[in-house]
Design a protein around this ligand. Structure first.
Ligand code: DGJ
Length: 721
């Protein structure tokens, strides 16, 4: 083999890979672009990255491969963990083949832009074959995935395949997310100290408390500046993400699937692939997020048609599926300009509340004696799409399905798992259970011609034992759910799917390969959503974030908010309504109509533009928006999320605009001025706003209007020609 180095560089990111000799691939540099390199430059960089040998450590420098190897003296978390009845647990792989873009690598140094490197390695002694795929995407996201094959005559138990990306020594501050039902993606910061900061997801779903993007950056990094390196595991089952600092100061971030004991046992010739593990560098959190957003938007199946204004009936009617009420709701929705009507939980047999019915995916004859088709047609006749709720992976003990097929329930130890939301989990990795659910969904979609599924998943997987022996089943269950989504989309090419899981507990890049938006949270209180939307957007662009206007008094928190604050908060996402419109006043309906019109006018900008979140000087002020690709327009929201100890709040600056262009900045106030607004002089006569250059807006800025807490205004920024 050659002493080969590969320099991939795209969108301001460099990935210098060392695939020398027969070693496993290792990263020499991942971060800011290095510019074009000569082979000598690259070799010097590789040499410069070799650490000196210090007393009482190994006699040779430790080389940290993408899957770090114990045999080299690496004492951190290993890349490959597994064994063959206790043997073959510390593999020493030798690389046999390296390809770049599908062609064998024959030179000692290559430069390319975005591309994929595949490294095939073998440990003949341990009887293992390892394939490592490393890709730099066009937007500068690095992703890697490993596949382990058992080449020996007896079985091999895989415990983990961890992918680790190197961190520079100045990355010492961690930002990741915690959360719970109704309060997903709560940011938490901590110092990276010697040891492991490890986030394990053992819920059998991504989890409301998932790390989501685990970043480590230079202390004090913010949205606009400060280098940050982040990792995300693209998987909806059990997973881990971690940051690790060794005694030597060497640091990595990594992750992979979290396998239960014995979950992956490979027979001869069988293989196991871990999920894609994403590494995202940025100078500031906005640049990090923008790389992921651009990567997702470049996918052929990214939802591109305008995101339809959606009315979901859940908080309007809950389980009260009264025909007349729903008909009326559809009429009111049409009058407002709603484009998609989604019937939530409660339409199927026995489902009068959350204690029964899951699994019996037949339209309830008592509630819907004529089936659902008349409602679906009524909705379509009013120019709206029809969507419907399912929870395909779940079963109520009180259901015909559970009574007929108790053996289809994920369980182990000869007992039933503890209930959660009165329900159990269906073992859809079984062919028979899978086929039953798929057939039912297919039938309901055919009958109603629904083009949208809200796909829910309302409990953790506890004791998820698969098949008659109750062997660990999270891996198979997760892949079966993905497979079912993919199969449905093949059967119904126009179908869109929303990933919902007790709100936002299934938000990850694995499920997003099969779905078209996520339900960010069951909590629609705009004060909470200011936080949850802002941080969910660290992973997903606004068009994938289900974002609704609910009733004035939040059902989850009891807080009251103005319509302007509710609607302004929902504006940047995939906008919708989840409110009993029959209870809204004519004034409220009129104002909501204005917000819907603003959303429709601006959605192309918000759903293709670059997200900007401003690091404001006051924590009670949220300022964020989207800047168009051409940088000729932008739409910002200025939201007061509390009361400050100072008033007024001083000036704010706008980032992301063209410094040399002139812009008019003006407030947009659907429904009139929010309560308590004190206009700063720059609003001008008739709120016509002010003209300034992008440079002036980014540096000197504008004075913050004074507002009541928990209110917001929209700022339109348009280039002046
Ligand atoms: C949880 C979801 O997050 C809600 O929006 C709603 O669909 C309920 N499940 C229905 O049971």
């Amino acid at each position: 083999m050659h002493d080969s180095l590969i320099h991939l560089s795209s969108a301001g990111v460099s990935l210098l890979l060392d695939v020398s000799g027969d070693d496993l691939p290792a990263i020499v540099h991942w971060g800011a672009a290095l510019g074009s390199l000569s082979e000598d430059d690259a070799r010097m960089l590789a040499l410069a990255a070799v650490e000196p040998v210090v007393p009482n450590a190994g006699d040779v420098p430790i080389r940290v491969a993408l899957l770090p190897e114990g045999w080299r003296g690496w004492t951190g978390k290993p890349g490959v963990e597994g064994h063959r009845d206790g043997a073959d647990w510390s593999p020493r792989f030798r690389t046999e083949r390296v390809t770049l873009g599908g062609s064998d690598l024959v030179v000692t140094f290559t430069e390319a832009d975005a591309g994929t490197v595949v490294v095939e390695s073998e440990d003949a002694t341990a009887g293992l074959h390892l394939v490592t795929e490393i890709e730099l995407t066009g937007s500068g996201v690095v992703r890697a995935r490993a596949t382990l094959r058992n080449t020996a005559d007896d079985h091999y138990d895989v415990a983990a395949l961890n992918i680790a990306f190197p961190l520079p020594p100045n990355a010492r501050e961690i930002l990741d997310f915690a959360g719970r039902w109704g309060k997903e993606r709560t940011p938490q910061r901590s110092a990276l100290v010697v040891g492991i900061h490890e986030r394990e997801g053992r819920k059998g779903r991504t989890g409301a408390d998932a790390a989501t993007v685990l970043s480590v950056g230079v202390p004090g990094f913010g949205f606009g500046a400060g280098e940050v390196w982040g990792v995300h595991v693209g998987f909806s089952g059990n997973h881990r993400a971690y940051a690790e600092r060794l005694f030597s100061g060497v640091q990595v971030i990594g992750g992979g699937e979290l396998l239960l004991p014995g979950e992956i046992r490979l027979a001869t010739g069988e293989e196991y692939s871990g999920p894609w593990v994403y590494g995202v560098w940025g100078d500031g959190l906005d640049e990090q997020a923008a790389r992921i957003h651009r990567m997702l938007r470049a996918r052929p199946r990214h939802p591109r048609r305008p995101r339809p204004v959606t009315l979901n009936v859940w908080e309007a009617v809950y389980f009260d599926h009264d025909r007349q009420r729903l008909w009326d709701l559809a009429d009111r929705a049409e009058a407002l300009g709603v484009e998609r009507f989604v019937l939530d939980d409660g339409w199927f047999r026995g489902r009068r509340d959350d204690t029964a019915g899951l699994g019996d995916w037949f339209v309830d004859e008592e509630v819907w004696p004529d089936g659902l088709r008349p409602l679906a047609e009524h909705v379509r006749d009013r120019g709206m799409e029809f969507g419907i709720w399912f929870e395909p992976e779940m079963v109520s003990p009180d259901s015909d399905l559970a009574r007929e097929h108790p053996e289809w329930i994920l369980a182990t130890g000869g007992r039933m798992p503890v209930l959660a939301r009165n329900q159990l989990v269906l073992d859809i990795a079984r062919d028979d259970a899978y086929a039953f659910v798929l057939e039912r969904i297919r039938e309901v979609l055919r009958e109603t011609a629904a083009s949208y599924i809200k796909w829910d998943h309302n409990r953790d997987l506890v004791d998820p034992g698969h098949g008659p022996r109750g062997v660990p089943g999270v891996h198979g269950q997760t892949l079966a759910a993905y497979r079912m989504m993919a199969e449905l989309k093949e059967l119904f090419p126009e179908l869109e799917i929303e990933s919902c899981s007790s709100g936002g507990a299934r938000v990850d890049l694995g499920v997003i390969e099969h779905t078209d938006r996520v339900w960010v949270s069951d909590c629609i209180d705009p004060l909470e959503r200011q936080q949850m939307n802002r941080w969910t957007a660290q992973l997903l662009p606004p068009e994938l974030l289900g974002s609704h206007v609910a009733s004035g008094v939040s059902h989850s928190t009891g807080r009251s908010h103005t319509l302007a604050f509710r609607a302004a908060t929902a504006l940047h996402g995939h906008f919708g309504i989840e409110w009993d419109l029959a209870a809204a006043t004519p004034d409220e309906l009129h104002e909501l109509g204005e917000w819907i019109a603003l959303y429709k006018e601006s959605r192309a900008l918000m759903h293709t533009g670059e997200m900007v979140r401003i690091d404001t000087s006051d924590p009670t002020l949220h300022l964020y928006g989207s800047v168009s690709e051409e940088r000729d327009s932008a739409l910002f929201v200025l939201a007061s999320i509390g009361r400050s100890e100072v008033s007024p709040l001083g000036r704010f600056a706008l980032r992301g605009l063209d410094p040399d262009a002139r812009y008019r900045v003006r407030p947009v106030l659907p429904g009139g001025a929010p309560r308590g607004l004190i206009r700063p002089p720059w609003f001008g006569a008739d709120d016509r706003g002010v003209e300034l250059t992008g440079r002036a807006l980014a540096t000197a800025g504008l004075h913050t209007p004074s507002m009541h807490p928990e209110s917001a205004i929209v700022l339109d920024v348009s280039a002046v020609r």
